[in-house]
Design a binder for this molecule. Structure first.
Ligand code: HSE
Length: 432
């Protein structure tokens, strides 16, 4: 007996849309066998018709607007891959209210409206699934909701932006500039249409917000999520960090200690070369997670690009096809978290690079300011040869509260012997 057909409306035909079109066809039999249903795209809408036609989408399947997908009673699932926020929100709301399930990869949409949209999905008894929104092909959202469901998640450390990780590791390995490598990342289909979303950390922040929602049942608004990108990272800092035994990575850091406070932030971070995340290179993503039952767990895979992201979209489609009754479990739970820490309140270690006059007593002056603020030094390096004016002085610091550290840096910058603005990066030693 042949399987029932589930018709899909595909909105958006960019990198991931193209992948869904291709792989849904190549995997159709496999998915039919595993789910008991035949998933078929019946209509496509896109701003770039020529790209869809080039991939073999029949002209008869192309419709000018997503409204024709949601008004088609034969379509059971909408796959939203248009990107953007406002129109995508309207599409998802309308689709759910029209009795359709929705699969999306749109992390910006979820970070801004996830709570609202999941509420509508619940009211309508429909599924809104978004595995592809975080970490490309890594099934981290399903892991949080299924395999790790018995855990309280104590911390999540994630390299979850392929573009930034690709840029940082290529700058390091090929000694190329940030701008030069960014061009490659765009060509390879890793970067967002607006690359600022990647390099300024917002894409990572959106994904962190989704992870926190599933782990803790709380949607942290963008304004409360401290976000710093990688534009200011220079090759010399990557090199000094390595000399000190660290790698520079853009990390999403989420910590919860069961005391009702949540630490959630995105920033370039020095991590010890001995930590497994330090060896995650190129477009690869990894999420290191600590649960109270499981202990440490690591998830690794390709975080961007056509095929890996499509793999996650197809997983959501298969889940709907199987008719399993799972929803975003954490969104039903009573939120645990009452307060999100301000960035000034966090405790971190720091890497500090100063450009100083090469004369006796300078280190003592700097150390005095740090000492007055109660900040301890863990190591110091000063290269003997240097090219520019002034001498670099690199100081690794013990744990300090960010506010105290920033105050100390401001004072240090006022010292006559300090010749340029300080460069500093937070350090993560994975102790909590
Ligand atoms: N621009 C994103 C990245 C795509 O580089 O990770 C996948 O979300």
């Amino acid at each position: 007996m042949s399987e029932p057909v589930i018709n899909i409306g595909l909105a958006g035909f960019g990198t991931v849309g193209r992948g869904v079109w291709k792989f849904l066809r190549s995997q159709e039999d496999l998915l039919a066998c595993r789910t008991g249903a035949r998933l078929k795209i019946s209509k496509v809408t896109t701003r770039t018709r020529s790209k869809a036609l080039d991939q073999g989408v029949p002209e008869s399947m192309l419709v000018p607007s997503w409204k024709e997908l949601v008004s088609d009673s034969q379509i059971e699932i909408i796959v939203e891959l248009m990107g953007g926020v406002q129109e995508a929100r309207e599409l998802v709301m309308t689709a759910l209210r029209s009795g359709k399930h929705v699969v999306t990869a749109n992390k910006a949409l979820l970070a801004a409206h996830g709570e609202e949209l999941l509420g509508i999905a619940r009211e309508q008894g429909k599924k809104l699934l978004f595995e592809a929104s975080v970490a490309g092909g890594i099934p981290i959202l399903k892991a949080l909701q299924e395999g790790l469901v018995a855990n309280h998640v104590k911390s999540i450390h994630g390299i979850i932006n392929g573009t930034c990780n690709y840029i940082l590791t290529t700058m390091r390995d090929q000694k190329r500039t940030y701008e030069d490598v960014l061009v490659d990342a765009k060509r390879l289909g890793y970067a967002e249409a607006d690359e600022a979303l990647d390099v300024d950390g917002y894409d990572t922040a959106h994904k962190a917000a989704v992870l926190a929602a599933l782990a803790y049942g709380v949607w942290v608004p963008e304004a409360k999520l401290f976000t710093q990108g990688i534009r200011s990272i220079q090759q010399q800092d990557i090199a000094f960090a390595r000399q000190l035994g660290y790698e520079v990575k853009l990390l999403a850091i989420i910590k919860n200690d069961l005391e009702e406070t949540l630490e959630i932030r995105v920033n370039p971070t020095l991590i010890p070369l001995t930590h497994v995340l330090a060896s995650v290179d190129g477009v690869f993503n990894a999420i290191s997670l600590r649960g109270d039952v499981v202990g440490d767990a690591l998830f690794y895979g390709r975080g961007a690009g056509e095929a890996p992201t499509t793999s996650s979209v197809l997983a959501d489609l298969a889940e709907i096809a199987k008719g399993r009754g799972r929803q975003e479990a954490a969104s039903f739970c009573k939120p645990l978290v009452k307060k999100v820490l301000q960035i000034e309140e966090i405790i971190s270690r720091y890497y500090l690079r100063l450009t100083i006059e090469d004369k006796p007593g300078v280190l003592a002056q700097v150390a005095t300011v740090l000492g007055v603020h109660g900040i301890g030094i863990s190591s110091v390096i000063q290269p003997e040869t240097h090219e520019e004016n002034g001498v670099p002085l690199i100081i690794m610091l013990h744990d300090a509260q960010e506010q105290k550290f920033v105050e100390a840096v401001k004072e240090i910058e006022k010292l006559k012997v300090v010749q340029a603005p300080a460069v500093w990066i937070r350090v993560e030693d994975f102790s909590s």
